[in-house]
Design a protein around this ligand. Structure first.
Ligand code: M6R
Length: 606
């Protein structure tokens, strides 16, 4: 998703903006640009493609020389990726960068066209810039307030007014923005990593708060011009963890960080051998009183929710509905004030998940969120939050966030099963102790890396793949398939193994790779018989199973064995080879693993 930065201070502004933008590359983008005050004028440079293209253009043509400016990485929504559609946009008097979507931009454009304004880009952003220009009569705050009254949608805006060369203005609604506070220099950014090199102190801009940023002063007001005092936040983000730490890609680093991420997430939530999620205000009594549980999320987070459903239903004998957030928000779900809606999100900014949260609130339900990014919108808007402690996840493909999300699902399931009397204290403690062993078991599972790399070498020429499994293995098949397709661009489908013969098996022909996930003892015979079915139709079979699982060897082309845990916990290990297979397939194909095409890390638009 788009990234915003801004700088005011003594440093070379162009250099700071380019550097800060590079720290936001992980969000995904297709063009970049900057606007810098230079001798009282606003100089704009922008370029389609990678940040490197912008740098080359600046080096070749002209490097803006100034100390105050804004920058942007754009992920196209309105209008194709191009130099013209790149931000900043503006007039001679105003320049802006924008994240989000302005829903009523067509009406505004029509209105402004009637007033004689012309437009050069296809973007919604340009209409906001021109509207600011229209309302500007010497008072920037007044122009901003009038503009906010007219626009509908989601936005984070960084704004320069030509008449105020010592100021950046910022405002946001439904898109994140922080204000970095340095010594005689200040910043704006979509996310903390952008400013970490310069300062750890920052302010969280809240909905419709307007910030006026000078090099020695930051002021906040609301849309009635009432002054707001804000508390400075101090980031404890580790610079090293925002870098690759010796790994070739963030994704590989993040796969290897899983033992630590899971340990850090579960350790503080195990008290006296029992799961304890009371930090978020969730009591055992609460867990008993809810009528129904909904889990709502997108992509990988939704797969963690599927694992949660299986485990909660199995152990706590309580009905759980799992929804894709973009479906939930429009299907008028039967949610009541007696239900708990659990939303899962790494970024805490996913637009559909956020809309699902709003809908749950509208229907009177309480919302518990499981979120990785502190202070994110979803975390702030929920009634209860359980933070996962994965650290920053930079690679677009989510890996460690999935593991920590699952680990919280387990704690919740154990606590719920105990609260509802389906397991006794001894059993709850036993399961919790097993969960506590998982970080070490994940470490051990990492030994399959080379084998997975070998398996990946067999997949790189495939046109299409199938992932099959049953029960929890089906949920993991979905995650394995998503991971592979998003970074290797090889088509794959995940299928409930028993459903194959109802249509999909006709796809199987000579050499088609089929990855069978078979870790669940009660279902293993069934899944194996499905693997035999595809093998006998020519498939190249790769089976992921527990160490020591016995098969008639001739039906398995490749077997990846995992350390043995009880069935219900196996997803925590099963995901590791699936991540490695996806990762090495993309690497062997020479693809941009951390930033796959068409994708963004944080999907803040619908
Ligand atoms: O930040 P979120 O967890 O809300 O993101 C949800 C999905 O966009 C995300 O998991 C996506 O599916 C990943 N790229 C998958 O690797």
């Amino acid at each position: 998703m788009c990234g915003i930065v801004g700088y005011i201070g003594e440093r070379d502004c162009t250099e700071v903006l380019l550097d800060a933008l590079s720290k936001l590359e992980y969000r995904g983008y297709d063009s970049a640009g900057i606007a810098v005050f230079e001798d009282g004028e606003i100089t704009v440079e922008k370029s389609k493609g990678e940040l490197k293209n912008l740098r080359d253009k600046i080096d070749k043509n002209h490097k803006p020389d100034g100390h105050c400016g804004i920058g942007h990485t754009r992920w196209a929504t309105h209008g194709e990726p191009s130099d013209i559609n790149s931000h900043p946009h503006g007039s001679r008097r105003v320049s802006i960068v924008h994240n989000g979507i302005i829903e009523n931009y067509k009406d505004i454009k029509k209105f402004l066209a009637g007033k004689g304004y012309t437009f050069v880009s296809e973007t919604d952003t340009e209409t906001v810039a021109k509207l600011l220009d229209y309302y500007y009569q010497g008072d920037p705050i007044e122009a901003i307030i009038k503009t906010l009254n007219d626009i509908r949608g989601a936005y984070a805006l960084g704004i320069l007014f030509k008449d105020y060369p010592d100021c950046i203005f910022a405002v946001r609604k439904d898109s994140p923005l922080i204000i970095g506070a340095g010594k005689q220099e200040n910043f704006i950014a979509s996310d903390v990593p952008a400013i970490l090199k310069y300062t750890r102190d920052y302010y969280l801009l809240e909905e419709n708060e307007i910030a006026t940023i000078k090099s020695d002063k930051i002021e906040f007001c609301d849309i009635h011009r009432q002054k707001i005092e804000k508390q400075v936040q101090v980031s404890n983000l580790d610079m090293d963890s925002a870098e690759k730490g010796g790994y070739e890609h963030f994704m590989l680093k993040e796969i290897h960080e899983q033992p630590t991420a899971v340990r850090t997430t579960i350790a503080p939530r195990i008290v006296g051998g029992m799961p304890d999620l009371s930090e978020c205000g969730l009591t055992l009594e609460d867990l008993k009183k809810y009528r129904k549980f909904f889990i709502v999320a997108c992509g990988t987070a939704m797969h963690a929710g599927m694992v949660g459903k299986y485990v909660i239903e199995k152990l706590a004998r309580t009905e759980v509905t799992v929804d894709i957030a973009s479906e939930f928000r429009y299907r008028d779900p039967i949610v009541t004030p007696n239900d708990l809606v659990i939303v899962i999100s790494q970024s805490g900014e996913t637009a559909d998940t956020k809309a699902a949260l709003h809908l749950a609130h509208k229907k009177g339900a309480k919302v518990l969120s499981i979120v990785n990014v502190k202070g994110s919108s979803i975390a702030r808007e929920s009634d209860m939050v359980i933070y996962t402690h994965a650290g920053p996840e930079i690679s677009v493909a989510s890996t460690k966030a999935f593991s920590v999300q699952m680990s919280v699902m387990y704690l919740l399931a154990f606590e719920m099963a105990y609260a509802k009397g389906h397991i006794n204290k001894a059993e709850c403690m036993r399961l919790t102790a097993e969960l506590a062993k998982i970080p070490d078991m994940i470490d051990k599972t990492m030994e399959c890396e080379q084998k997975c790399k070998y398996v990946a070498s067999k997949l790189i020429t495939a046109q299409s793949l199938l992932y099959i499994g049953r029960g929890l293995d089906y949920a993991l098949s979905m995650e394995g398939s998503l991971k592979l397709k998003e970074i290797s661009y090889i088509h794959s489908e995940s299928y409930a193994a028993g459903e194959l013969k109802h249509g999909t098996i006709s796809l199987v022909d000579d050499g088609m790779p089929v990855i069978g996930v078979a870790t669940q003892s009660e279902l293993i015979e069934k899944t194996v018989s499905n693997i035999v079915e595809v093998k006998s139709r020519g498939a190249f079979t790769i089976t992921v199973c527990k160490e020591g699982t016995e098969f008639s060897e001739d039906v398995m082309d490749e077997v990846i064995e995992l350390p043995v845990l009880e069935d219900v916990l196996m997803p925590m290990l099963t995901v590791i080879p699936l991540q490695f297979i996806a990762y090495y397939t993309a690497v062997l194909k020479g693809l941009n693993v951390d930033k796959p095409r068409n994708l963004a890390k944080s999907v803040t638009v619908e």
